[in-house]
Design a protein around this ligand. Structure first.
Ligand SMILES: Cc1cc2nc3c(=O)[nH]c(=O)nc-3n(C[C@H](O)[C@H](O)[C@H](O)COP(=O)(O)O)c2cc1C
Ligand code: SF4
Length: 481
């Protein structure tokens, strides 16, 4: 037996077709604008298959078509950019030229799921992050030589010219540099320069509250025009709207500081999207139960935000966990920091190496608290839980205990997109189970097409010429077995 199978969530038995049919996970949901044939859900996963311009490709169509064959209640298309800037092979909805490709994507999912899966798309904005610089390049060119720096260098350096200061810095060892560089410059040196929502001295950051509602609303309009059933506003992980929600956001322009001020921009984005799409489109949001890093948001913040989102009229609330830059590992020189490498990243996509209680369902109790807060405030908004959910009975328990209304599964659905259908038909014993060791996430990290380590290890399939492959020979879609 593969040793990794030992770390899997034990499944004594899978449901019979009758048990699955009678179960809650495969039961429909109708609440407000959201109606699902089942409560199974594939959350957003970036597969790095778009063109460099952010256009839909054959591989994007195949990727989503393959998920649709498993007929989950809903599929959320990967984080898709609202801003018309070059951002590598990530999908974009930032201009009308993206609509035809997105239309094809919708058609593919409709065909492959027989119209049974609802299709949403996650809309994202993110700020700029630079690669970790080479020492010489940083000290000789990028480091701003200003009053703050000469202050830290001491009186002997006041009034000295820039070239002399740079030459002096080059002679310092790492400890010496750490002692004299101001905190943000030290971070830029060690990790690469990263913009924050609190950099309000930069005009494009100061004006985010004026610009983002319109960008999200326009992108949402394009997606609905392409045929999507709705949009998910990305307010989770390391990206712009999540950073507004965070307690680290101390902007003084009415969009930072108190809980009310921090949730203001995500709400204004929602209202702009709602105005654009009208009352019947599905508009939901993904945000965090816990940011995990010290000083970040906790579940009490999430409860507050969830009630505001529900009151505003969002149609679903999907909860993730962690995935932040604040505790990310130092990248190698020439690489950018990645928000899934530190403790918060590990909580976002937990592996068997994580501490007690292990990787399976570790976000569930926090999501349950968020749901309870929303219900207590009098709202019936469906709540989506996610994180290490990999068996029928686990999902059934979550639903029967009222800990969530919809149960999402990312990596298990990637390992075997047919797993929902296998369970529904009483063929759960044939599910190709996820190892949760994050081979896929490593590919995501290095911006390579995401595939699963389990797809290429199946007997008899190594030479399968019927599928498209990566340049290094990995199959791009899950095998049908
Ligand atoms: C390859 C990969 C890409 C992901 N991309 C996104 C994304 O675009 N947006 C998002 O909100 N979460 C993203 N996630 C996180 C998943 O949606 C999910 O929250 C996480 O994997 C935990 O769920 P799981 O234990 O069922 O895998 C990604 C996860 C993986 C493995
Ligand atoms: S590659 Fe990803 S989806 Fe495949 S088994 Fe590993 S963790 Fe699961």
């Amino acid at each position: 037996m593969d040793r990794r199978l030992l770390s899997l969530l034990p499944v004594d038995r899978w449901p019979s077709a009758q048990e699955a049919a009678a179960g809650r996970w495969f039961s429909p949901l109708a609440e407000g604008n959201l109606s699902l044939a089942r409560r199974t859900w594939v959350p957003a996963m970036v597969p790095w298959r778009a063109t460099e311009e952010g256009l839909v490709t054959t591989d994007v169509l195949d990727w989503y078509g393959r998920f649709a064959q498993g007929k989950p209640g809903a599929i959320v298309v990967e984080a898709t950019g609202v801003r018309d800037v070059k951002s590598g092979p990530l999908l974009r909805a930032s201009d009308d030229r993206f609509i035809p490709g997105l239309k094809q994507l919708v058609q593919r999912v409709r065909e492959q799921s027989g119209g049974e899966s609802r299709l949403f798309i996650q809309l994202i904005d993110f700020l700029s992050i630079k690669r970790r610089p080479r020492r010489e390049k940083f000290l000789e060119r990028h480091l701003p030589v200003n009053a703050a720096l000469s202050e830290r260098l001491g009186a002997a350096w006041h009034g000295r010219d820039e070239a002399a200061i740079r030459a002096h810095l080059m002679t310092l060892d790492e400890e010496g540099l750490a002692a004299v560089l101001p905190a943000r410059e030290l971070e830029a040196y060690r990790f690469g320069l990263r913009e924050r929502v609190t950099d309000t001295h930069l005009p494009h950051i100061a004006e985010l509250p004026q610009v983002l509602p319109g960008l999200f609303a326009e992108a949402a309009r394009r997606c609905i025009e392409a045929g999507f059933d709705g949009v998910e506003l990305h307010c989770a992980h390391a990206y712009t709207l999540a950073s507004f929600l965070s307690p680290t956001n101390d902007r003084t322009d009415g969009y930072g500081g108190s809980l009310e001020a921090r949730v203001r921009l995500p709400l204004e984005v929602y209202h702009a999207v709602r105005r654009e799409l009208g009352p019947t489109a599905v508009v939901g949001c993904r945000f965090l139960t816990d940011e995990i890093f010290a000083g970040g948001g906790r579940v009490s913040d999430a409860c507050f935000n969830a009630v505001q989102f529900a009151r505003a009229g969002m149609n679903f609330l999907s909860l993730s966990r962690g995935g932040k830059f604040e505790d990310a590992k130092q990248p190698k020189v020439g690489h950018a920091a990645y928000p899934y490498t530190g403790p918060s990243g590990h909580e976002c996509m937990p592996t068997p190496r994580i501490g007690p209680p292990g990787p399976f369902g570790r976000n569930v109790s926090d999501v349950a608290q968020v749901r309870a807060a929303v219900r207590q405030a009098g709202f019936t908004t469906p709540i989506v839980t996610c994180g290490g959910i990999a068996s029928f009975w686990q999902a059934e328990e979550i639903l029967s205990r009222g800990e969530a209304d919809i149960v999402a599964s990312a990596r298990q659905s990637l390992a075997d997109p047919d797993w929902f259908e296998k369970m529904r038909l009483g063929q759960g014993a044939h599910v190709r189970r996820c190892f949760f060791t994050n081979y896929c996430e490593g590919l995501d990290q290095s911006h390579q097409p995401v595939t699963c380590q389990r797809w290429d290890r199946l007997k008899g399939l190594a030479d399968d010429t019927s599928v498209r492959r990566t340049k290094d020979g990995r199959r791009l879609t899950a095998p049908k077995m």
